[in-house]
Design a protein. Structure first.
Length: 254
């Protein structure tokens, strides 16, 4: 390849990569077309404030410190770690996601510059996000040792996950979570509805595609959490993205 062609090739590659991200207020964040959630997240400042807000959630509600070990399940393109870096700095963080493109982005733009932030592809089947993945069976477990995690964070994960898979996650969380650790997750929760509904009709959101809305009866969900060995620390109804509810858990003592 001639020197001129090589320069052109590098320039094209640099331009293509730049389209994957923007740099705002000292942080590299996904370009607007690569951000999940609603259209408001395409605004750079809104995105950064939401990232910082999630980092503050970890500190204020889950007692996260720079010594905490955090597992972010469904990390997407790194909104939480971007917020952590802005608010707290470096911590022991692992992000996992069934979408390989999200993990590739995080490795390229976060892990490369901050090696204590690790990202791993979780190749599990999900009808919405990873149809080529491996289905969960009775031997499923996360690649983490016993009591190796202090905080487990799942934003908008169980809202797009089957009940069966949620139960499998909760089962192994009990193994990997420290005895004093905490879990935060969101999903759709209501009273006076069937135990679990997938893409329910006449709900407040119009459903697009498989597993867009997984909704639980509150009492039924709480019974699952109790059976799985967790105590409910806090429940906030309908205040999260798209009207999801927030649940904070700890392991039952003893």
């Amino acid at each position: 390849m001639s020197p001129v062609a090589n320069v052109i090739r590098k320039a094209i590659r640099k331009t293509l990569l730049r389209k994957e991200y923007v740099k705002v207020s000292g942080s590299i964040i996904p370009s607007p077309d690569r951000r999940g959630c609603g259209p408001e997240f395409r605004d750079d400042n809104f995105y950064l404030k939401s990232a910082e807000g999630e980092a503050n959630r970890l500190m204020n509600h889950l007692q996260c410190t720079q010594k905490s070990r955090v597992l972010d399940v469904g990390c997407g393109r790194g909104r939480l770690p971007i917020g952590i870096l802005r608010v707290m700095g470096e911590i022991d963080y692992t992000g996992i996601d069934v979408d390989r493109r999200s993990i590739d982005w995080c490795k390229r733009y976060i892990e490369r510059n901050h090696p204590c932030f690790q990202f791993k592809h979780l190749n599990l089947y999900n009808e919405r996000y990873n149809k080529s993945g491996v289905r969960i069976d009775e031997d499923f477990h996360f690649e983490a040792g016993p009591r190796s995690v202090d905080i487990i964070y799942l934003l908008s994960v169980f809202s797009h996950t089957t009940e069966r898979d949620m139960r499998a996650y909760l089962k192994d969380f009990s193994r990997i979570l420290d005895d004093r650790g905490k879990i935060f997750f969101t999903t759709f929760v209501e009273r006076d509805v069937p135990n679990v509904s997938i893409n329910p009709e006449s709900y407040r959101l119009k459903c697009y595609g498989p597993l867009h809305i997984v909704r639980y009866n509150k009492d039924y969900l709480f019974s699952i959490l109790n059976e799985s060995g967790y105590s409910i620390l806090s429940f906030t109804y309908g205040m999260e993205a798209d009207g999801q509810s927030a649940i904070y858990l700890s392991k039952k003592s003893g």
